[in-house]
Write a protein that binds this ligand. Sequence first.
Ligand SMILES: NC(=O)c1ccc[n+]([C@@H]2O[C@H](COP(=O)([O-])OP(=O)(O)OC[C@H]3O[C@@H](n4cnc5c(N)ncnc54)[C@H](O)[C@@H]3O)[C@@H](O)[C@H]2O)c1
Length: 269
Amino acid sequence: MNIGIIGCGFIGSTIAEAADSMPEIEVVKFTDIDTSRPMAMAQKHKKGISHTMNDMEGFLRDLDLVVECASPVAVKECGVQVLSSGIDLMVLSVAALTDDELWQDMRKAAKSNKANIFIPSGGVVGTDGLGSAVEAQMDHVTLTTTKHPKSFLGVKYVHDQGIDLMNLKEPVVIFEGQAKEAAVLFPKNLNVSTTVSVAGIGTERTKVKLIADPAITVNRHELKFQGRFGECTCVVSNSPSMTNPKTSYLAALSAIATLRKIVDCTWIG
Ligand SMILES: NC(=O)c1ccc[n+]([C@@H]2O[C@H](COP(=O)([O-])OP(=O)(O)OC[C@H]3O[C@@H](n4cnc5c(N)ncnc54)[C@H](O)[C@@H]3O)[C@@H](O)[C@H]2O)c1
């Protein structure tokens, strides 16, 4: 199997390392808007080949799977092209999928070209159960995310509420509403709420609560859902990754786990 990695940052490097040890993977092509990064990755990894972003057709040639771990812009620019070429696509920059038109176009391209879209669970836990639960009637899905106030600095909505983020003495709810509204107001905090929305009941019915807590040292996500199946609460306290503190280590591990399911042809959960 040949894979292509778009984005040679923290997640890209972590997947590349794992791919090196998977005998089913023969070639790993790297590309990035920062041209120095794919070259460095290709030198470091024995199966690696560096490629420019300017020649997408050449990059896609002979690939079976593309792993996007760059940015929402990369999903917008390359998503439909990858799937229309009949190549499977793993998306990490899930925030891009709040664009309904793009999401529908990608699904259409995947279906008509017999390609798969893989969305790892990323920084959240419980999307497997949520995916099962939505096969019957659902009452509600709520995601409560608690982060350090500095994660919300520069957000206009928070500023307009008169919340002084850097002088909080206790946890403060800074937003409560639809995932769809959160997408507009908090564009930098979107990957997890979008993963939950696409796995479950969509951005209009999924409720999001955001809490700024000056005492917290992790990113905490609590996913609660209830329906015909019963009820479920899943909580994760994520440690940041080593090189990009904005990214939870678990997100990179979920990408490796997805890749392993693909190469092992075995899907549990
Ligand atoms: N699904 C989740 O739960 C989850 C969790 C954490 C991060 N993410 C997302 O995964 C992506 C990668 O995260 P990371 O921590 O590896 O980031 P990073 O900043 O460490 O690396 C991103 C890399 O992509 C490159 N890049 C940026 N825009 C590009 C573009 N348009 N085309 C090609 N290359 C581009 C950058 O130069 C950089 O090398 C981000 O979009 C991030 O938001 C998702």
